[in-house]
Design a protein around this ligand. Sequence first.
Ligand code: V47
Length: 397
Amino acid sequence: MLDHIREMVRAGERLSYEDGLALFVEPDLLALGQLANEVREKRHGDRTYFNKNMRLEVTNVCVASCLFCSFARLEAHMPGAHTMSLEQAWKELEDRMDDPPTEIHVVNGLHPGLPFSYYEDLLRGFKRIHPGVHLKCFTAVEIHFFAKHYGMTYVEVLERLRAAGNDSLPGGGAEIFHPEVRTKISDDKATADEYLEVHRVAHRMGMKTNVTMLFGHIETFAHRVDHILRCRELQDETGGIQAFIPLAFHPDGNGMRNLPAPTAIDDLRTFAVSRLLLDNVDHIKAFWVSSGPDVAQIALRFGADDIDGTIVHETIYKAANTASPGALGYHELVRLIREAGRVPVERDTFYNVVKEHPRADLPEAASKVKDRERKPRTKLPVVASAPAGASAEEVPS
Ligand code: V47
């Protein structure tokens, strides 16, 4: 079967639902990865993207009760509930202005008690502090909630947020589109059609968006293929999707804690199949917080070309007890990409190149060994403490 699919892919033919299913059960994982890698290299060569971003979840108060969520609190007075004042949220950015992020990514709970002006003021404040920053704020699920809660159309919500400074939408809230799964894990927020409609409207207004897929819980491979193909269909229509992001499920502290987390192999397979089915989406992102830095690094050889960014504060996966660190230094991301044999490219949110780093001659670990053999008493560079933006060559030893 893979031979046939390989021929189709090489001929530029579109894969079907059945092909997607066959790829998910393909026994030769490395051959699958190799094919996805071929497609990835045809689009991007060795270039691998990351950015200097900042994550902020200003409130975890949420009227929805998603089974997979360890982050939300139903009411503001509950233990662990938090809502930042605008000053607290802005201070998070002010504190980082010595090495400012190029992007702020905001994802929140669906808070019923805040005025809409809170979100507009939040955005205006960010732009006041850092006029050049790209604001990628509020998922389609939040936009749908705002429309219902404050009595506006999607266009009105998006226009007002854009006027306040919002530049694009993140991909959160997609979960699994198929109603057999969505009604079980995420019944009381935007439906799949509503999620996709928000993206459609945003695209028609000229805004770019990302789309995610939360996998590795109660869904089947058929549900994953269905999800990916719905994304492909929307992209055929609008062309507004920048990146597709498979998110590996973390079971700790939520309503599906009895399930095991997906394994590394499942992660890699999902990145590869996504790359092969989504012939019209440029970027497949291996979000290092959800996959873990190690698997995300290997995913760069299984179809992924982006690894997200420096992040600094992340609370959704922290609440689900992820083993990933809360942040990776700029130089750690560069190293991770280089050691995968790729060329690290710092990008802005629209994938314009901010800085292309030189390729490593050898994986850095190997060059360290070489270095040690040559100069056994030389202290090796402390990579993690390198200044932001520095490349390996610039790190003082
Ligand atoms: O929508 C919540 C997921 C998403 C869990 O657009 C969980 O560039 C796994 O969407 N286990 C928020 N996943 C994060 C997100 C995202 C991340 C990185 C980049 C971008 C982008 C978007 O996190 C939620 C939900 O699908 N999530 N809980 C959990 N226990």
